[in-house]
Design a protein around this ligand. Sequence first.
Ligand code: ASP
Length: 355
Amino acid sequence: MKLITVDTAASAHSPVSVLVIYTGGTFGMVYDRRLETLVPFNFEQILDRIPELARLRFSISVLVLDELLDSSNMQPEHWLHLSQIIAERYDQYDSFVIVHGTDTMAYTASALSFLFENLNKPVILTGAQLPIGAARTDAVENFITALEIAAARDEYNQPMVPEVAIYFHSLLLRGNRARKQESSQFNAFQSENYPLLAEAGVTIDYNRPYIRSYQSDQPFRVHQKLDSNVVILKIFPGISASVLHSILSIENLKGVVLETYGAGNAPTAPWFLEALQKATERGVILLNVSQCMGGKVMQGRYQTSKYLNDMGLVSGADLTSEAAVTKLMFLLGQYGDDIERIRKELSESLRGELS
Ligand code: ASP
C-alpha cells in the first residue's frame, strides 16, 4: 500500500486529519490514448486533477491499495481488509473517506457498519459515475464534499457524522440504508426507508436527529469474522420446485435472505412452504425482506405471509437486501451455531439498519 500526503492549507490550528482509502472503481479512471481504454490514474497526481483540495483546511493522507478493484470484484475478505486498515489507524486519524466503485458500495458500507462496534469517527464512502478524467465528471464534487463531511465537527468539536455513510450527488445516506438505484444518472444512491443524514447545496445541511450519536464512553471494536455461507433468493412468479430445492439444499448453507413480494408475501403452494420448512428444520436461517425499494415486511398481515411467520422466518422489516445479507454474514461469523441468538439479533437494530 502506498501512503500519499496531499499538500493542503491545513495548519497546526486545524488539526483534523482525514485518511482517504482508495480502493478503485470508476472514480479514478483516466483515458489512456495509447491503450485506447480507461486505466486507473496515479493518485499522486490528485492535486493536478483537483487543485481545490489545496484550499481545504484539514490534513489529507491517501492510502492507495495495492490491488485496485472494480467493486464488482469486492469480496468479504476485502471488507475485512478495509476494516483492519481502519482499525490499525483509528487513533491516528480523525476520520476516513473510502473511494469505492458504486456497484457494491452499499454492500461494503453495510458490512463495515456491522464490523465496527461503537464507531465514533466518520467513515464516508464515495465514488463517481463518470471517471475523474472525464470533463463532466462527478468525482470532484463527490470527493470534496465527502472530505468536508468527514472533517466536519459540531459545536462540541465532536465529529458531525460518527457513522458509516455514503455521500453521493449531494446526498449523505446512512451506509446500511443505502442502495444503488441508478446506473446512468448521477444520483446513484437512495435510502427509501431512512431520512437523509445531510444534503449538500450551497451549505451542507445536516439532519441531526437522524445521525447516530457520538458513543463517547464505549471502546471502539472491530469484528473480524464473516461467514458467507448465505444466499439471496429472489422469488418470482414461475419459480420452480427444483430451483427452490437446489438452492435450499446447497451444502453448508446457513442463511437465506428471501426476497419476497410487497409487505413480505410469498406463494402458499404446499411444495414451496414445505421446502422452506425443511430448510428451517435443518437450521438454515431464513430472513424475509421485500423486493420493494420502500416500505417494510409485515409478516402475518396477509395470509400469504402468515405461513412464513408460523414457520419461523425472521421478518427483515425494512432492511435492504444489502444490509440483510451482510448482517447475516456478520451474525453467523460472530455466533456460529447459536441460531436463537442470531435470529434475535436479526430482528434488532444493531447499527441503525432497521426501524
Ligand atoms: N463498475 C464500477 C465499480 O463499481 C462502477 C463504478 O464505480 O461506478 O467499480
